[in-house]
Design a protein around this ligand. Structure first.
Ligand code: PMP
Length: 287
């Protein structure tokens, strides 16, 4: 029996069902999902899952792709077309497809809606239940591996969107201790009140920025003092300069944080010099 998937308004053969390569689910994990179990072709705990789906969408401000009534009809139809008697229905809603950029896409970008259904005979689970199953323990690292450049970028997306809504270019994320970790898509730096360059050490669960590493080399070549040590938000507010580094922004001077002016409110001399040195070197050494 051939399976059928529902994708953005159409029922398509499962093997040919696709979403766009710039779908935000694919590029940012910017989406939500639900799963219902199916008994006798009917979905169990229907309202609970439907309500949680809407809560998840509301929390992320993803617009509902259609009314609850229409969604219910499509879910039933997907179960029916796949002739699922006992099994599962899966629904995924993402913030849609748009040119890759961390903030939310333009208003009106339609969310992506995918629904699949498959059979899973109850007898399989019953056999396991009769014997009992084994479990193991595993560290809960959800998500403590910011050193990996994964596409699991939803927290970064929400941080960048918050920055955008406050008229800022970037959000610096702050840990439980009040220390700046890194930007939503950049590494964070200051020239502290004593004139020392500071950036958080790369072992402590941040992305090891390639631009950060290149700028550290430039800093050393310039004979500037650098400490790879985290700083607080207050230290940013009293710093002489602040800036961030990334492959897309190079070295970007920052002049305020949470509305508080940094230094004299103009791009600092060290950041400006490092930007120019970095751009010279990057252009020269590019292959
Ligand atoms: N931190 C995060 C979270 C990033 O996504 C990025 C890159 N976009 C950076 C730092 C900067 O890394 P790179 O200099 O390698 O671009």
């Amino acid at each position: 029996m051939s399976r059928v998937a529902y994708v953005n308004g159409q029922y398509v053969p499962h093997g040919q069902a696709t979403v766009h390569i710039e779908d935000r689910g694919f590029q940012f994990s910017d989406g939500v999902y639900e799963v219902w179990s199916v008994f006798d072709g009917r979905m169990a705990d229907f309202d609970g899952h439907m309500t949680r789906l809407h809560r998840s969408m509301d929390e992320l401000r993803i617009p509902a792709p259609m009314s609850r009534e229409s969604l219910t009809r499509v879910l039933h139809e997907t179960v029916r077309r796949n002739r699922v008697n006992e099994g599962l229905v899966y629904i995924q809603v993402t913030r849609g497809a748009a040119r890759r950029d961390h903030p939310f896409p333009p208003e009106g970008t339609p969310p992506t809606l995918v629904i699949t259904a498959r059979s899973l005979p109850l007898s399989k689970g019953n056999a396991s239940a009769a014997k009992g199953v084994a479990i193991v323990t595993h560290p809960d690292i959800r998500w403590g591996r910011c050193d990996i450049k994964t596409v699991g970028l939803l927290p970064n997306v929400l941080a960048k969107q918050a920055a955008k809504e406050k008229g800022a270019a970037e959000a610096w994320m702050v840990d439980d201790m009040g220390l700046v970790t890194e930007g939503s898509s950049t590494n964070a730096w200051i020239v502290d009140k004593d004139g020392k360059l500071r950036t958080r050490d790369a072992q402590s669960n941040i992305l090891r920025g390639i631009t950060r590493a290149a700028v550290i080399k430039l800093v050393e070549a310039e004979g500037l003092e650098l400490e790879e040590r985290a700083f607080t938000v207050d230290e940013v507010k009293t710093a002489r300069e602040a800036f961030y580094t990334s492959a897309s922004g190079y070295v970007m001077p920052a002049v305020s944080i949470d509305g508080v002016v940094i230094g004299d409110g103009k791009p600092g001399p060290i950041a400006t010099k490092l930007r120019s040195k970095y751009l010279d070197q990057a252009r020269r050494d590019a292959i």
